[in-house]
Design a protein around this ligand. Sequence first.
Ligand code: ADP
Ligand code: MG
Length: 276
Amino acid sequence: MTTLSIENLGVKVGDQQILDGVSLEVSSGQVHAIMGPNGSGKSTLSNAIMGKPGYRVTSGSITLDGQDLSSLPTWERAQAGLFLAMQYPTEVPGVSLRETLELALRARGKVNIDVKSRLLEEAGRIGLRVELLDRPVNVDLSGGEKKRNETAQLAVLDPQIAVLDELDSGLDIDALRACAERIEALTDSGLGVLCITHYHRLLDYLPADQVHVLVDGRIVDSGGPDLALELENEGYARFLTSNVESAGVTVSIGGLGAAKEVSKPDSDDPFPDPLA
Ligand code: ADP
Ligand code: MG
């Protein structure tokens, strides 16, 4: 049993505070979904968990079974059992997928795995064309092929906890189903998943135990699977603060450094005649 525990996490990128006081816990076999508007900090959370340079932890902790990860480089976090499927998977020219996975597995003490046949097996399960396995990591793959490729890597590496940043973006319906069902099967054998998504559809095949709503760097609500359906139908309006002031209408969105203010113009006509 493994637990990824995020407590009161604050993260800055440059001078900007992106995450503020985020807490959640993902254990083996569980699926936690994170939903939220664009720019709310979802990818920042996944990058901070994985230790991407430039994402500075300003408060709180990220621990895996009590071991504090926040000062470890990315490769040590991977070695400890974390995996990140990136929103925009990186192309790595000149680097073979098979050799990368062999080295990664060896670094985790798993030496007796036939990576070539495991990759073929996984590619078959999720409909990834086998000739793409011979390309350097992600090079010249379509968006959807990259997501399938990441899913195959995840299954071969067999980490303890996987963070999936919009795995569903770019996948057609059949591929989405195949990838999500593959990951769901991995949770049955103990994988814990933190799954960032905009759509309930992914969760149809990879059911979430809990859904969290991230708005402006904070978790503003958590609930069961129904919350994902509600968000998909109704959007995030109820989580966005709005103030009506007597001297015109001011809508303020969010509370952190990135707060944006929109003032209602004097006229209701968006195309007033300047000579009138
Ligand atoms: P989401 O994934 O929820 O759409 P992100 O975490 O990508 O949101 O971004 C949250 C905010 O942080 C945005 O305002 C974005 O511009 C900013 N941000 C994230 N990463 C960087 C970065 N590397 N450099 C500059 N700004 C960043
Ligand atoms: Mg994102």
